[in-house]
Write a protein that binds this ligand. Structure first.
Ligand code: PMP
Length: 357
């Protein structure tokens, strides 16, 4: 078998030991004679999967006592609507959105259906403007995207927003470095990048935010407090996605946890940025301080060669290097399961392509 080196932004590659364990347990999960997909989500077998997910997430993240883990349906984008519905009935104040790229833009669009958010347009950079973020003192929350997957822009520390709760979309860099959750009122992440496969979204919410009243029309399945009161299972969860997430969490722990993930993330991304910066054939468009450890966009100086570059890369098993259609170009996504030799293979290919071009 020849596994591809997969640079997809999501669904992304999974660690091989996780795939093997899924395969081994598929027909007979822990001696039950059934797969995990065939058992009741109210029963003991699945209950222990959920308990272990919550235990492993708490220990990996050093979960503060006044924060709760909620596992939800709907992908990251459902959170774009849930967040204003749940947290904006508070002093009738509008939220503020620091928008650095594509997913922030979509979150603002979703929020506008319910509230009138204050938009801080910082497209392309995570650097605070000299005049400050200019966040209204009474903002109900401040929203950011910790890592903009499409644009390759990542905060290297949370923006400083005073006492206003900070809510961060960590879909594409969750579990890639230690975070101090007390800097945030809420963080969330879909699973299909660093956490497993699509179908489950993790939301970690402070009790302070959970105490807020929801907007009156909020559907019960979109109300964090109600979902939590039903232990994240008000309806049937995506059981297989939860199971895979459980395996990925154990794999992350076995690799040494979030500090080890960060060391690898820095090593992988630095290798690629250093190579691109040393070349006049390739170009990394993001300013250095805003560069993402997870998603590395790059361009070929001669745009006309891009199609051939992508085609030849696919042919040698380096897949999904095409940039998001919103920005074009190329992009290498380097999530937790990407290996350093995987990145070295990409660089070797890029050098060889340049030579023959
Ligand atoms: N936010 C970010 C940062 C993303 O990269 C993505 C793309 N997966 C989303 C939100 C949307 O995720 P989903 O497809 O699960 O709604």
């Amino acid at each position: 078998m020849n596994r591809a080196i997969n640079f997809s932004a999501g669904p992304a590659m999974l660690p091989e030991p996780v795939l093997s364990q899924m395969q081994n347990e598929l027909l007979d999960f822990q001696g039950s004679g059934m797969s995990i997909m065939e058992v009741s989500h109210r029963g003991q077998l699945f209950g222990s999967v959920q308990e272990e997910i919550e235990r492993d997430l708490s220990s990996l993240l050093d979960l503060p006592p006044d924060y709760r883990i909620i596992l939800m349906h709907g992908g990251a984008q459902a959170q774009f609507s849930m967040i204003p519905m749940n947290f904006c009935n508070h002093n009738n104040a509008a939220p503020a959105y620091i928008q650095t790229g594509h997913w922030g833009r979509l979150a603002v669009k979703a929020a506008r259906q319910y509230v009138n958010p204050c938009l801080i347009d910082q497209s392309g950079s995570v650097t605070m403007p000299e005049s400050g973020w200019n966040i209204p003192d009474d903002a109900s929350y401040v929203y950011t995207v910790d890592n903009e997957t499409v644009n390759g822009i990542e905060f290297n520390h949370p923006p400083s927003v005073g006492d206003i709760p900070l809510i961060s979309d960590m879909s594409s860099n969750f579990l890639s470095r230690p975070v101090d959750l007390t800097d945030y009122g809420m963080v969330f992440a879909c699973a299909q990048k660093n956490l497993g496969i699509a179908g489950v979204t993790v939301a970690i919410v402070s009790e302070e935010l959970l105490a807020r009243e929801v907007l009156p029309f909020t559907p019960p399945l979109y109300a964090y407090r109600e979902v939590l009161a039903k232990s994240s299972t008000p309806n049937t969860p995506a059981t297989f996605s939860w199971y895979v997430m459980g395996l990925v969490l154990k794999w992350v722990k076995a690799q040494g946890g979030l500090s080890a993930m960060n060391e690898l993330a820095v090593e992988r991304s630095q290798l690629l940025y250093d190579f691109i910066d040393s070349s006049s054939f390739y170009h990394a468009p993001v300013e250095e301080v805003s560069r993402s450890r997870m998603n590395v966009p790059f361009l070929l100086a001669d745009e006309a060669l891009q199609d051939a570059f992508l085609k030849q890369a696919e042919a040698v098993g380096l897949t999904h290097l095409k940039g998001h259609k919103a920005v074009g170009g190329c992009r290498a996504s380097l999530y937790n399961s990407m290996t350093v030799p995987g990145v070295q293979s990409l660089i070797a290919f890029m050098k060889a392509f340049e030579k023959q071009a």
